[in-house]
Design a protein. Structure first.
Length: 369
């Protein structure tokens, strides 16, 4: 069958026509339909690990995926703040409504000086193995902070989170003993190079720190260990008041404090932490306790952890009772922040507990306009 000239031309032109038509179509920009998807401040899969109330009405929360949210109306509405990370953020410490520091996974530290409009990363000392930071606290009336975490991390910043230095080292004393030289008069000396090579990152997780003074701190962590320094970390005294991991420590004055931890561990002290007495909570049991706070306005200790439970005690800390604040769901809670007679709670669920009445109100998941 013969092909005419017109058919031959058409067969040659047709592919180019298709290409040209595709180029034209590719330049057509479809009009958006509907409203853009709004990311909720508190999504169903969000988990918040830290909360701070630097001033009345101002709340900050930090959590999974690098998320930071802020409320300026006591938690009625929330705004998501831009951050330069998607790593989990574990803790926040704030001096006021403008200045705060956040710490989290992989040794992350960030600071803001403008109320969270911008967050900037800062370097921290890193291990080659792991570097998660779990808690950060401000030394009152100073520009100093202390952050603690895994592998024996105890980091001090003296300039509001701009620079950080490790304050705790684990020394292998057998390493030193092999290298000490007895000099005249029985004096033992070791040079700085030996000191540097004889200190190691300790395989222990530190969960919290109590600030007893500008240079007096108590650090708690795994396996029931408590480390106490009175000289900003140059020397440490090690105690082991329990065998379960310790998660939170608070003092209501210079003498009286409470420790909580795994397997419903509760310890109290009345002598500034020199001695600790272990107690058992009464009522409905809970497996792990993650945080404890002193609510000064109503003179009550409050602790929480797994199972949607909150336990309370009077100022003595000797007798504790528990109550289920979230029926049915049994979420875990990890951080408490007192505010007057109320206490804000974060974790798998987030809400406000009126301590005296036991009323629980879940924080709304709405955005600021």
């Amino acid at each position: 069958m013969k092909t005419g000239k017109l058919g031959l031309i058409g067969s040659k032109v047709a592919p180019w026509a298709v290409i040209l038509s595709l180029l034209v179509v590719s330049r057509i920009e479809p009009e958006p339909v509907g409203q853009p998807v709004q990311i909720p401040p508190m999504g169903e899969r969000d988990r918040y690990y830290g909360i701070q109330i630097p001033e009345p009405g101002i709340l900050w929360m930090v959590g999974s995926g690098g998320k930071i949210i802020r409320s300026e109306d006591n938690g009625e509405t929330w705004a998501i703040q831009d951050t330069p990370t998607t790593l989990n953020l574990m803790s926040i410490a704030a001096w006021d409504k403008d200045n705060a520091v956040v710490v989290g996974n992989t040794g992350l530290a960030m600071l803001t000086t403008d109320g969270g409009q911008t967050w900037e990363k800062r370097d921290t000392p890193l291990s080659r193995i792991a570097n998660k930071l779990i808690r950060v606290r401000i030394i009152p009336d100073t520009d100093k902070l202390i952050a603690v975490g895994i592998l024996g991390k105890v980091l001090l910043s003296e300039d509001r989170g701009n620079t950080w230095n490790q304050q705790y080292f684990y020394y292998d004393f057998s390493f030193f003993e092999e290298r000490f030289n007895d000099l005249a008069g029985g004096v033992r000396r070791v040079n700085q190079d030996v000191i540097r090579r004889g200190r190691f990152s300790r395989d222990i997780v530190f969960h919290d720190i109590a600030i007893r003074g500008e240079c007096e701190w108590m650090v708690i962590g795994e396996f029931g260990y408590l480390l106490h320094t009175k000289d900003c970390g140059y020397n440490w005294r090690e105690l082991r008041p329990a065998y379960d991991s310790l998660h939170s420590i608070k003092f209501r004055d210079k003498d009286n404090g409470v420790l909580v931890g795994g397997s419903a561990t509760i310890l109290v002290t009345s002598d500034g932490g020199e001695n600790w007495e272990q107690l058992d909570p009464e009522g409905e049991p809970t497996s792990h306790l993650y945080d404890v706070e002193w609510v000064d306005k109503i003179q009550t200790w409050v602790a929480t952890g797994e199972g949607g439970l909150v336990i309370k005690s009077d100022a003595s800390g000797e007798e504790w009772t528990s109550e289920l604040v979230v029926e049915g769901k049994g979420p875990w809670f990890i951080d408490l922040e007192p505010h007057g007679e109320d206490i804000y709670i974060t974790g798998e669920d987030n809400g406000v507990l009126t301590v005296g009445s036991g009323e629980w109100v879940e924080l709304p998941r709405t955005s600021q306009n």
